[in-house]
Design a protein around this ligand. Structure first.
Ligand SMILES: Nc1ncnc2c1ncn2[C@@H]1O[C@H](COP(=O)(O)OP(=O)(O)OP(=O)(O)O)[C@@H](O)[C@H]1O
Ligand SMILES: [Mg+2]
Length: 375
């Protein structure tokens, strides 16, 4: 990993200390494993903030530190400016929804939801209205007397959400809450979570390794890799302007074209010599010196495809096979010694296999990424 690049990304993302919840240079080791390594992030009040990254990158560990189940080795966690780093979990205004729901099997839906207020010593008459409101919020009013074993996966997950929200936490932590559900139900529950968030306005920190989930639910996303935050920003920014190769390939599919910078003025389009594929231009997110080794990242849907060249950024190739994926088709095009994946949308007249085609992209659609040691 290029330390300089990561440090720059970290500075760029550095938390404003006025944010609602702040991770200030937080680290956690387990033996020789750096589970979380110097993470600085600021999360706004009422935000849906996702931690996105591959298995083992430290998402759960960071969440557990926010909940108080783990204490950082270094750094601080602030909530509304108050240092809560060593405040025990039960004294933090923070609740967690786990992937496996962790419901009490012997209690009814209603009693599961009432668990928090009951433990807090409230009487039934005090919390009965809150329980009804929560059951209504998660649309489980009719299932109130059932036991968890009589519920579907999605219904169990809603009980878990209601049980957490009834405590009126300032922050709701959700650790892969939909991972156990099938695709259709996951999409449905995501939409419901959106609605619930709109109604309660609580700050959500949402952990997932699923980029589609993160993109669709989040105000902002932090992409994590090996214990560190590589980039933090709005979904569109992360997708369209990835700052590292890791982010570009983790969040969506991309094609890389290697080359050397021939003109890289700051804030301008960057010209890259790509050998047999010619000189290509794309956006550079930072000034790049002439001679810098880079990769141009072009997403499948950013290519145009034609029978004639449309300069600039036109590449001559040969159509290989095409895969029909329902919502789009993907054509593989061989050019030079590379094969590029081109999304053709709903286009029906696709080039025959082995036909000569031209593919290319608009300079402002693709980004130039410096090649880092780890790339
Ligand atoms: N209690 C623990 N003891 C030892 N190592 C741990 C412990 N908890 C986590 N780790 C290690 O720390 C790293 C980060 O783990 P973490 O659970 O935070 O990852 P994650 O991003 O949540 O992964 P996943 O997507 O698989 O849930 C991993 O290498 C993991 O093996
Ligand atoms: Mg995890």
């Amino acid at each position: 990993m290029n330390e300089q690049l990561i440090a720059r990304a970290a500075n760029y993302d550095a938390a404003g200390m006025n944010d609602f919840l702040v991770f200030d240079n937080v680290s956690k080791h387990f033996g020789g494993t750096r589970a979380v390594d110097g993470v600085t992030l600021g999360i706004g009040r009422g935000e849906v903030f996702s931690l996105l990254g591959p298995s083992g990158c430290g998402k759960t560990t960071l969440l557990r530190m926010a909940a108080g189940f783990e204490v950082p080795d270094a750094g601080r966690i602030l909530l509304e400016g108050q240092d809560i780093t060593s405040v025990p979990p039960n004294l933090r205004p923070v609740n967690t929804v786990f992937q496996n729901y962790a419901l009490f099997p012997h209690l009814s839906v209603r009693d599961n939801v009432a668990f928090g207020p009951r433990v807090a010593g409230k009487s039934k008459s005090e919390f009965a209205n809150d329980v009804d409101a929560m059951l209504h919020l998660v649309k489980l009013g009719e299932q109130a007397d059932k036991k968890p074993a009589q519920l579907s996966g999605g219904q169990k997950q809603r009980v878990a959400i209601a049980r957490a929200l009834i405590n009126k936490p300032q922050v709701l932590l959700l650790d892969e809450p939909l991972a156990a559900l099938d695709l259709k139900l996951r999409q449905h529950m995501l939409a419901e979570l959106h609605t619930i968030h709109r109604e309660v306005g609580t700050t959500f920190i949402y952990v997932t390794h699923d980029q589609t989930e993160a993109i669709s639910i989040s105000d902002r996303i932090a992409v994590m890799n090996a214990g560190r935050v590589e980039q933090c920003g709005a979904p569109r920014e992360i997708y369209e302007s990835p700052r590292t190769g890791f982010v570009a390939s983790f969040i969506g599919d991309t094609n890389y074209i290697s080359g050397t910078v021939t003109n890289g003025l700051p804030g301008q389009l960057c010209a890259v010599n790509c050998g047999v594929l010619g000189e290509l231009t794309a956006r550079s997110l930072e000034p790049l010196a002439v001679g810098t080794k880079v990769r141009v990242s072009v997403r499948p849907e950013q290519w145009w495809i034609a029978l004639e060249p449309e300069p600039p950024n036109a590449i001559r190739g040969r159509a290989e096979d095409c895969t029909y994926l329902g919502s789009e088709s993907r054509l593989r095009v061989r050019a030079g010694d590379q094969v590029f994946v081109v999304s053709t949308g709903h286009q029906t007249s696709l080039p025959a296999s082995n036909a000569e085609v031209w593919i290319g992209f608009r300079a402002e659609h693709a980004v130039v990424l410096p090649v880092t040691n780890g790339a």
